[in-house]
Design a protein around this ligand. Sequence first.
Ligand SMILES: Cc1ncc(COP(=O)(O)O)c(C=O)c1O
Length: 385
Amino acid sequence: MRIYFDHNATTPVAPAVAEAMAQAAAEDFGNPSSVHHFGQRAKARLDEARSEVATLINAEPSEVVFTSGGTEADNLAVRGVAEALEPTGRRHLVASAIEHEAVLVTIKALARRGWKTTLLPVDSTGIVRPEALDATLTDATALVSVMHANNEIGTIQPIADLARMAHARGALFHTDAVQSVAKIPVDVRALGVDLLSLSAHKFNGPKGAGALWIKRGTRLIAHTTGGKHERSRRAGTENVPAIVGLGVAARLAVSKLEADAVRLAQLRDLLEEGVLSRVRGTAVNGTRESRVPNTTNISFDGVEAESLLIALDLEGIAVSTGSACSSGTLEPSHVLRAMGLPSHRTQNSIRLSLGAGSTAEQVEYLLTRLPPVVAKLRSLTRMAV
Ligand SMILES: Cc1ncc(COP(=O)(O)O)c(C=O)c1O
């Protein structure tokens, strides 16, 4: 038995997506910038995908810029706006402390080049409080970047409120919606943002394809140059098969989002309640109210997350930890740390994220295997709880 509970890391490609990609690779090989039949045929596939992505987020197709994924979309948003607004004297960038590295590291790189940067704190439930943003904004703030849903704990931020506050001070607003798109309704107009990142492989599309939605009229400097592709916002011949895959994944998401959300929330709650009731010394990290339906993050007292991950993998169950293992030391999750959790929880937590193929049988299998695995690990470290 192999069970995949790591859908926030990536998802399997849907069969209809794989089929459309194979067909595009074989038949739509023209360069979309070529004027002849072959080029125009490939361009038509891009246009179709652009419309499908736009429909998913209630945008205009012309506002969608294809990228190589979420990381590039985040980079383009943050660097592109920072550079575009630099001549206006707005040299202050704000991001939440729990952003994905694609935003955090980019902000840090700009800080080294002279931009003033502020990381917004989150409360103990993993939510950015609007008061925190209010206290940070100045007339020099160029951009505020706060993710829609967090990848580790799934919490959903009050984006519409935060964007309104940023706009009131003349700043632009970007949201990394990589973990919310296709899990909950994402409507760029209702969110009131200026830029939004998404990534195909988080919703049964291919890796290496994503998009940055840029509201019409938003100033942004491209960081790849050398061609007029994507309305001069991202030079380089488009990866047609991957973008076709992104489009099909977006279309599928539109058709099943509502039903999937209900089903996954039920499964996730079953899993969570099961763990809390069958394994002592466990706690859910982050709010259980405002979060995406497929994610839970649970800490296990007296159990190192990496050991639990490996032990579960031996049982055929794939989960993940927020901690990164670098040069032999375990880095506690920056998300859990920002929430103020004590070190025994930041290092003892695993994320379980469900998706299209998840079933009640799989959840039950996890619930039968987990208690003895945890008991064994605790006995090894002599930390009876
Ligand atoms: C919130 C968030 N942003 C950005 C990314 C990066 O996306 P990609 O893997 O498409 O570069 C991820 C992927 O883990 C993510 O979870």
